[in-house]
Ligand binder design. Sequence first.
Ligand SMILES: Cc1cc2nc3c(=O)[nH]c(=O)nc-3n(C[C@H](O)[C@H](O)[C@H](O)COP(=O)(O)OP(=O)(O)OC[C@H]3O[C@@H](n4cnc5c(N)ncnc54)[C@H](O)[C@@H]3O)c2cc1C
Ligand code: FES
Length: 248
Amino acid sequence: MIKTFDAEILANEEVAEKIFRITVDAPELAETSHAGQFVQVKISDAFTLRRPFGVASTAGGHVKMFYRVVGHGTEILSTRRAGERLDILGALGNGFTPRDGKILLVGGGMGLAPLLCAAEKFSADVLMGGRNSGEVDFWQKEFLPHVEEIFITTDDGSAGHHGFATDLLPEILSAKNYSAVLTCGPEIMMRGVARISAEKNLPCEVSFEKRMACGLGACLSCSIDTVDGRRKVCKDGPVFDARKVFCE
Ligand SMILES: Cc1cc2nc3c(=O)[nH]c(=O)nc-3n(C[C@H](O)[C@H](O)[C@H](O)COP(=O)(O)OP(=O)(O)OC[C@H]3O[C@@H](n4cnc5c(N)ncnc54)[C@H](O)[C@@H]3O)c2cc1C
Ligand code: FES
């Protein structure tokens, strides 16, 4: 159900350079959120537009989000302290389809945030890509309790396999039996993941990010083209069947 929550901030910590993990006490939101959904956070009264963030964890009645400081809103959010209240609208959009069997999660950068929630709820392995070890180290710690295997790639070779997640993906999909692939991250990566999954005849869901305003399907600012026509990322997504959005 979509509601606004006045949630207490329990922690707001920098886990890597300019990347923060914010934890709020929101039992009802935690209980009703599905993996892949997002929330719209009101940064402060000075901001008219809320900012969208993926739900990364709902364990223990606490909702966690991870955010990179990229502009004015996230800069201000990083100054919020434990004990303060945060106004959150959610949970929004359509999440990942629950499935039997083991799932492979493939994420790049902050795209790993909604996949962490999927790791919490489904049986999964994760393939994570980052620019360097600093970008993947903290994610490794977050995913470790929830997955059987972690595969890592970095652009500079400072951790795991030297290269992109899509370089390692065919080998991983050939070695193990997965029922589906879920991916979130840079579009070029998701496009590659979708193509490789299709070659292996595996269902693939992609989670999209688009600049948003209302987050509720009313303003059309987040529309994308799909094989079924124009769709709104905030309401029809952010999770889509890869074949509907990458139809090469
Ligand atoms: C469904 C969804 C889930 C997301 N999940 C995460 C997450 O888990 N972690 C994370 O770090 N980031 C996430 N983002 C991106 C995040 O919303 C932006 O980085 C953030 O809004 C930037 O705000 P700002 O004020 O600091 O930046 P500014 O650039 O100053 O923002 C200006 C305006 O642009 C919008 N905007 C800017 N970048 C984006 C973007 N990439 N997507 C949507 N709107 C944007 C802002 O909402 C704001 O209205 C997500 C985006 C979407 C659409
Ligand atoms: S953000 Fe307004 S329709 Fe999607």
